[in-house]
Design a protein around this ligand. Sequence first.
Ligand code: ADP
Ligand code: MG
Length: 474
Amino acid sequence: MAVPWEDALRDEPAVREAASVAVDAALLEGVLMRTEGQPNASEVVNYAPFTLLPSAVPRALFQQAYAVQQDFNLLVDAISQNKEFLEQTLASTIKVDDFTARLFKIHMQVLEEGLAQPVSLGINRSDYMFDCGQDGAPALRQVEINTIAASFGGLAARMPAVHGRVLKVLGRSEEASCLLPNNPARGLAVGIARAWELYGSPKAVVMFLVEEVQRNIFDQRCVENELWSRDIRVIRRRFRDVFERGSLDAARRLYVDGQEVAVVYYREGYVPKNYDQQNWEARLLLERSRAVKCPDIATQLAGTKKVQQELSRPGTLERLLPGCAQAAARIRATFAGLYSLDMGEEGDRMAAVAIAEPHRFVLKPQREGGGNNLYGEELRQVLEKVKDSPERTSYILMDKIEPQPSMNYLLRAHSPLQMSECISELGIFGVYVRQGKELVMNEAAGHLLRTKAIQHADGGVAAGVAVLDTPYLV
Ligand code: ADP
Ligand code: MG
C-alpha cells in the first residue's frame, strides 16, 4: 500500500516547509480543537492533530466499507427493536458490568412505560482496519461500530483541503486532485433535520447533549452550523442542565429552559464517568420523553462489544435480518474473529487459548472512548486473574487485526516533527431515520480516516493517540 510520494518523506527541508504550510492550512480550514489547559474557552485554540500526508487506502476495501454501511444501519436498527435479543445477549454482561446494567435498566423502564416517540434517528460510525492476511492481500476488518457520540464528522470534512494543499506544495498536484471530497457533518445534519421535521413542531429545538469538558466543540459546531443554515435552532446543554431545568409535560414533551426539544443528539453519556446519580436521572428523563433521541438507549446498547461478539455467531445475523441474506453476507465478510468469555466450555477454551497466545488477541471490556483494551502480556495477566470467575464475562475476546504499517509525520502542537511508522483506521458514518415501522432514510454519510503510530495499541484522536488523516485510494 505504497503512496506515490514516498521519496518526498525523506527530503527534510521539503517536509519542514510542507509541515508549516499544513498547520496554517489546518487553522484556516477550521481543523480546530480547544486546548488541554483551557478546554471550555475558545480564546486560545489549536489545530487538531493530523498527518502531514494522506495515507494509502485500498480502493476496493474503501468501496466495500461504503457498500456495507446501509446494511449496518439496518442491523443496528433491527437490534434496537429486538427486546429479546438484547435481553439474552446482555444477560451475562449486566450481572458483572454495572454501567451496562444501568443502561439496560433504563431500557427496560422505558419499554415498560411505552415509547412516547415513534421516530428513531440513528447516527453511527463503523470502524475498520485493513488486515494483512497470510497471503498479504489486505482485507477489511471491522474494529467496532459506534452507535453513540461518533465524532470527527465535522473536522474530517476539512481535511481534504489541507492535504490537497500539502501535496501541491510537494509538487504533487495530480495526486491532490484525486482526494475525495467528504462531508459527514452535512450527512449527520440531514438526518437530524429529518427527525426534527417528523417531530412536527417548527419552534422546537435540537439539543446537543454535551460534556462538561468540551475540547472537541468545533467538530460539533460543524454539525450545528449545518442545522442553523436550515433554520433549525440548536441549543447545547449538559446532563446537569437537564437535571436542574428539564421537565416533561403530560404528553411527555421535553422542555429545557422553557424550550421544547424535538431531537436530543448525544455527544456525551457513553462512559461511566459521564454519570453521577443526577445525570442518570437526567438520562432517564430524556429517554422517557417524546423527543427523538439520537441514539435512544436501545441503540446505544446495540453498540456494546458484547452485542458485536454475539453477532458473529453463525445464524445470528440471519435471524436479526430475516429475508436479507445478502446484507447479512456483506456484513459477515467484514467480521474479525470474536469470542465469548461467558462461563462454560466455550469460554474456558478461549480463555486458555488467549492465555497461551496473547499476541493473537485483543481483550475488550464494555467500554468506549479508547484506552480500555488489553493486549499482549497485560491481556494474559488479566485473563489469568479472572479466568475462573464470572468477572471474565464483562470482557469479550477478539482476533488482533494486523495492518501493514506505512511512514508518515504526525503533526501535533508542541511536538517535534518526526517520522513515524503508522497504521490507519477507516470509519464510515451511517445515518438512518425510522418512523414507526418504515425506514424513511438510510445513508452512508461520509468517512473518517485516523492514523496512529504503531507503538500505541489503542486510543483515538480525543484520547491523544490517533490523528486525523485523509484516504488516498490506491
Ligand atoms: P473504543 O470503543 O474504546 O474505541 P475499539 O474497539 O474501537 O474501542 O478499540 C480501540 C482501539 O484499539 C481501536 O481504535 C484500534 O486501534 C485498537 N483495536 C481495537 N480492536 C482491535 C483489534 N481487533 N485488532 C487490533 N487493534 C484493535
Ligand atoms: Mg473505537
